[in-house]
Every structure is written in structure tokens, then in C-alpha cells.
Design a protein around this ligand. Structure first.
Ligand code: TXA
Ligand code: MG
Length: 323
């Protein structure tokens, strides 16, 4: 499959592909996305088919800037405007009631639409070249670990011969955007690097966190997401050491500090939350491919919103997917 380092020509080619109803994988500052023209229903269906994504799980529409929101949202109030001014372009997804002209497929039939303006220059150039919104989930097979490198996308879609992948290098942030539902009282549906406190400060209003995995308000946030194929366990340090010492077959371990490795594959993770996040999915994919019988992840104990977002992804990875 063509993996292309973006220059002016390849971005023009990718925009042409989108215009022609095709699908393109592109980098954002969070993770790679698998994009199609928001207004092309067939192209949107192609994303679901390629990913194996359940048809009831809505997509994020990516926009170059707030100017495109009018075409997509039925309501964009002053609070949303303030959020966009504070956090766009960047890793904040804002859910609002959707405009009537947006195809049903683009929001999986939801009356709301998720909007985000990414900051990665390749994503921005692509949006500019298309001149319209791009609907894109993370560019992984449904339920699998999100991709933070072009090679991750290529590995997940090895059988999709004609998938165009724009290679923008490793994603800087490495975990998916904060998803904020603004269709009613502000609620965070998925934690990310834009924190609850920062959102509160921007809109001067209380914000709640909903554990949607329990309530299924945001289908992609169900348990058993972001998961490697090898069974993953999330344990504290003492249990990790015991687990490694007692294991009779090789284990892959993601640890916070060095540990007696023996025959196991040990990945020492960064102490800094931002660095940990940017390394996480790459480490999980490496751990997944080293032939280990299990992936054991040491639960980080540090406090802070970014660590909360990381623990959210880790506990989902440890809920083993069923399909
Ligand atoms: O950082 C990101 O958000 C990346 C990059 C590519 O932008 N995208 C991403 O997309 O993570 P995806 O589809 O993997 O996750 C989007 C999440 C899903 O949990 C989906 O269910 C939720 O947002 N979502 C999208 N539209 C929604 C809506 N209208 N109501 C509730 N949840 C929604
Ligand atoms: Mg995803």
C-alpha cells in the first residue's frame, strides 16, 4: 500500500482521493486518522467497512477552523466559541447538535456531531486542500490500539492495497483527543490532554465526567477498546514483580522503572506523563508483537489529569476484546 511522505503534491493527491470518494490515512497531533469527505455517504461507509467498526459508533468530523462549523452544527453557542478559541487547533473534540444536511452515516444516526480542528500541519494542509470537513476515526482496526506512526496504520491495513497513508512521523501527543459533550450540560466522555480544569476555566462553568463505558453514550469508549491482541493485565508494582518472577513463559512488561527481566521483554516507560502518553501505543504494539504470552502493565501511581487519561486507556487495554 502506498505510504507517502507528504509534500505539496501528495497532499493534493490525497485531497483528490477524498474528493473522488476515497479514504486517506493522515497524521494528527493525537493519533493517525482514517478520513473521508463528511458529505459523501459512500465514502463514510467505506471507513466503517475498512475498520470493521460497528455502524452505531459515530465519527469525529475534522475541520480546518471554526469557520466550517456553521455547515455541520445546528447550534454552536458562545461557550463552544470560547472553547474553540482556547483549544483549537488542538486535541479537543466538541459534541453539538448536528445540522440537517450532514449525512446520517457521518454521525451513525446520532442527532449530534463531534467536531475537532487538529493542529498537525499535514492534517491542516489536507483540510485546506479539500476545502471541507473530513470525518475520521483513529486509523486502526476496530478495537485495536490506536496508531501513532504511519507504520502502525500500514500494519493494521496490510490487506488494503490502495489505501493512501500520509506519513507525518510519530504523533506528538500519542493519545486521542478529549471528547466533550456540549449538547447539554458540559460532560467529558473521554479524558485526554485538554483537562477538565482547563475546560472549566475556559467556559466558566461546571464540567462533569461521565464514565460512558458504563452508560454507552459514546460507543467507542466501551471497555475493551485500545487493546493489544495479546491479553493485557494492569497491575501494581508488587504484583508485577511477583508475576514476572513466577511466569513460566515470556511476558512483555511495561514498567515505570527497571525490573529483573529474566527471559521477559521489558519496556521502561517514561516518568513524565506527556512522554508516557506519546510512547504508550507504540510500546503496546511492540509488546504485542514480541511473542509474549501476556502483556503486564505496571499501573502508574502519579497524580494529575494526564495520568488519569493514561490510566483510562490502560484499563481499556486490559479489558480484553472479544472480537
Ligand atoms: O484524537 C482523536 O480524537 C482521533 C483523531 C484521529 O482525531 N480520533 C479518534 O476517533 O480517536 P475515534 O472514532 O477513534 O474516537 C472518537 C470517539 C468515539 O468514542 C466515538 O464514539 C465518540 O468519539 N463520538 C463521536 N461522535 C460522537 C457523538 N455524536 N456522540 C457521542 N460520542 C461521539
Ligand atoms: Mg478509535
Amino acid at each position: 500500500m502506498p505510504v507517502i511522505v507528504p509534500g505539496h503534491e501528495s497532499i493534493t493527491q490525497a485531497a483528490e482521493t477524498l474528493r473522488g470518494g476515497g479514504v486517506v490515512a493522515f497524521p494528527t497531533e493525537t493519533v493517525y486518522g482514517l478520513g473521508a469527505d463528511t458529505f459523501n455517504e459512500n465514502a463514510i461507509r467505506l471507513i466503517y467497512k475498512l475498520k470493521g467498526r460497528p455502524f452505531d459508533n459515530p465519527l469525529i468530523a475534522h475541520v480546518h477552523d471554526e469557520g466550517y462549523v456553521a455547515k455541520l452544527a445546528a447550534r454552536w453557542d458562545d461557550r463552544c466559541h470560547r472553547l474553540a478559541q482556547h483549544f483549537w487547533p488542538g486535541p479537543l473534540t466538541i459534541i453539538v447538535p448536528k445540522a440537517k444536511n450532514v449525512p446520517e452515516a457521518a454521525t451513525a444516526g446520532y442527532p449530534t456531531i463531534a467536531l475537532r480542528s487538529p493542529s498537525h500541519f499535514v492534517a491542516r494542509e489536507l483540510l485546506r486542500a479539500l476545502g471541507g470537513p473530513i470525518s475520521a476515526p483513529s486509523a486502526n482496526r476496530s478495537g485495536h490500539v490506536s496508531p501513532t506512526r504511519a507504520a502502525h496504520v500500514a500494519a493494521d491495513f496490510a490487506d488494503a492495497d490502495d489505501l493512501l497513508i500520509l506519513d507525518g512521523g510519530a504523533c506528538e501527543l500519542g493519545i486521542e483527543s478529549t471528547v466533550l459533550d456540549m449538547s447539554g450540560a458540559p460532560r467529558i466522555l473521554r479524558p485526554g490532554s485538554v483537562t477538565m480544569d482547563a475546560i472549566r476555566a475556559a467556559i466558566n462553568e461546571d464540567v462533569s465526567f461521565v464514565d460512558v463505558s458504563a452508560q454507552m453514550q459514546s460507543p467507542g469508549t466501551s471497555p475493551a477498546h485500545y487493546a493489544p491482541r495479546t491479553k493485557a493485565e494492569l497491575v501494581d508494582r508488587i504484583a508485577l514483580e511477583q508475576r514476572l518472577a513466577a511466569a513460566t513463559s515470556p511476558i512483555a512488561a511495561l514498567v515505570m522503572q527497571d525490573v529483573e527481566a529474566g527471559a521477559h521483554s521489558v519496556f521502561i516507560m517514561p516518568q513524565d506523563a506527556e512522554l508516557y502518553a506519546s510512547r504508550l501505543y507504540d510500546a503496546m504494539r511492540e509488546a504485542d508483537s514480541c511473542g509474549a504470552s501476556a502483556i503486564v502493565i505496571e499501573r502508574p501511581t502519579r497524580h494529575g489529569a494526564m495520568w488519569d487519561a493514561i490510566r483510562n486507556r490502560l484499563s481499556r487495554a486490559a479489558e480484553h476484546p472479544t472480537g
